[in-house]
Design a protein around this ligand. Structure first.
Ligand code: NIG
Ligand code: FE
Length: 420
């Protein structure tokens, strides 16, 4: 349905309202959520035009009802800014539930990878899948996350691992961006794993990324960000720095996979190159925390993959207590987090990472928007921001959302002012 202007009335509480929009929320501030109770939200031309107390409408001060092509009554319901999922690998072929069984039998992520499972398994499947088929499979996942409340998604390449297949993935991401109402940011992750043919020659693969992949991808404007899996058994800090320097030369902004499997130096490398975010961070100590303090880099935690792989949880509490901001994302991918459900990620943030409901709300909206470079236009309810919001079912409080971890409480999704 297309609406020119849309009015939502009688909202029990409109969450994340901002008069003076912030780019991120840090430390102690994360434990409060700005909101407007008994509110209206007025949307015009796909943007948030106004919001405020319902009394302004009831008493006839604002006559938005006359201007609206449609009115939605949200009595007893909450309205949230859509989730921003700043870290996914949602473009992939097939699935890997056979490895799921291996994992249950006790094999580690790294053992599975060494047996030809893991990223290389997805890479093989992707190679054998046509671009059209890859697009169809991926779009289905995109539509799934839209229905689960996500309004912006970062998508990485990294199952191609050769120029042709990386380009195939990035073209699929571009096509999603063209056809879907969801906001999409593309990240080039050529350095996700060392492909079989380069197994004993990792440096040559890094050379290939630097000399052949980055120039083509940048010139075709297929990515905005550049990522490296900087961790034990994957890419070293030295590889990472070489790749980031090459990417930066071509205008790609770093976002890193760091400190998932070890104290890898990834966090320090990310901060050194002014990464927009460093992600995973299961292995984070005082040194990493002090490196992040005072930087512009968003620590991003992925509790879905920590849960799925049985990894130790990252020290979210310690980070927030040290004054850092924290973002949460799904890491939706076939190997370590086959779910893009951001409401479940909120629950895991509370249950596993001991974050408060207010903190996880900030972490999946404004802070994750920052981690994908869109917090000026997304991630909160502010005038002039893109009208990406969802209306909940009737719920007693906003904390009910992460609390009721298995219930789908998202009733109506609105993206760019259009109802789905
Ligand atoms: O973010 N850590 C590296 N990459 C992905 C996993 C990808 C896969 O197993 O397919 C992650 O967890
Ligand atoms: Fe990832």
């Amino acid at each position: 349905m297309m609406h020119k202007a849309l009015l939502i009335t009688n909202i029990k509480s409109l969450i994340q309202t901002e008069e003076n929009p912030r780019l991120m929320v840090c430390g102690r501030d994360m434990s409060s959520v700005t909101k407007t109770d008994d509110a209206f939200l007025f949307i015009e031309n796909g943007l948030i035009s106004d919001f405020g107390p319902m009394d302004n409408i009831r008493q006839g001060r604002f006559r938005y009802e006359d201007a609206a092509a449609a009115v939605i009554n949200a009595t007893d319901k909450f309205v949230f800014p859509s989730f921003c999922d700043s870290h996914t690998h949602i473009v992939y072929a097939g699935s890997r539930e056979a490895e799921f069984s291996d994992k249950i039998r006790g094999l580690s992520y790294e053992e599975i990878a060494r047996r030809g499972g893991g990223i290389l398994n997805s890479s093989k499947k992707l190679h054998e899948t046509s671009e059209v088929e890859l697009f169809n499979q991926s779009l289905e996942r995109v539509n799934e996350i839209i229905s689960l409340g996500t309004g912006a998604v970062e998508i990485k390449s990294g199952y191609g691992l050769n120029l042709g297949d990386e380009l195939k993935m990035l073209r699929v991401i571009r096509r999603i961006k063209e056809v879907s109402p969801i906001e999409v940011k593309a990240t080039f992750l050529g350095a996700h794993a060392v492909p079989d043919v380069y197994m004993q020659r990792r440096e040559s693969y890094v050379d290939l990324i630097i000399n052949e992949m980055i120039p083509v991808i940048a010139s075709e404007e297929l990515a905005e960000y550049i990522d490296v899996f900087c961790d034990r058994g994957f890419f070293t800090v030295e590889d990472t720095e070489r790749i980031l320097m090459a990417g930066i030369k071509y205008g790609l902004v770093p976002k890193l996979h760091a400190n998932e499997l070890d104290y890898s130096g990834g966090v320090q490398a990310g901060v050194k190159y002014n990464a927009l975010s460093v992600d995973h961070l299961e292995c984070t100590g005082d040194e990493e925390i002090s490196t992040l303090a005072g930087s512009d880099t968003m620590p991003t935690l992925l509790p879905g993959s920590a849960l799925f792989l049985g990894l130790p949880d990252p020290p979210a509490r310690k980070m927030i207590d040290a004054g850092l901001p924290v973002a949460l994302a799904s890491d939706y991918n076939p190997g370590s987090s086959p779910s893009g459900n951001m409401k479940l990620i909120m629950s895991l943030g509370c249950i596993r990472l001991k974050m408060l409901p207010e903190e996880v709300i900030n972490a999946v909206t404004i802070n994750s928007a920052y981690a994908m470079g869109i917090s000026e236009t997304h991630g909160s309810i502010a005038r002039g921001k893109v009208a990406n919001v969802f209306i909940t079912k009737e719920i007693p409080s906003y904390a009910f959302l992460p609390y009721a971890f298995g219930s789908n409480l998202i009733e109506t999704v609105i993206l760019k002012g259009k109802v789905f």
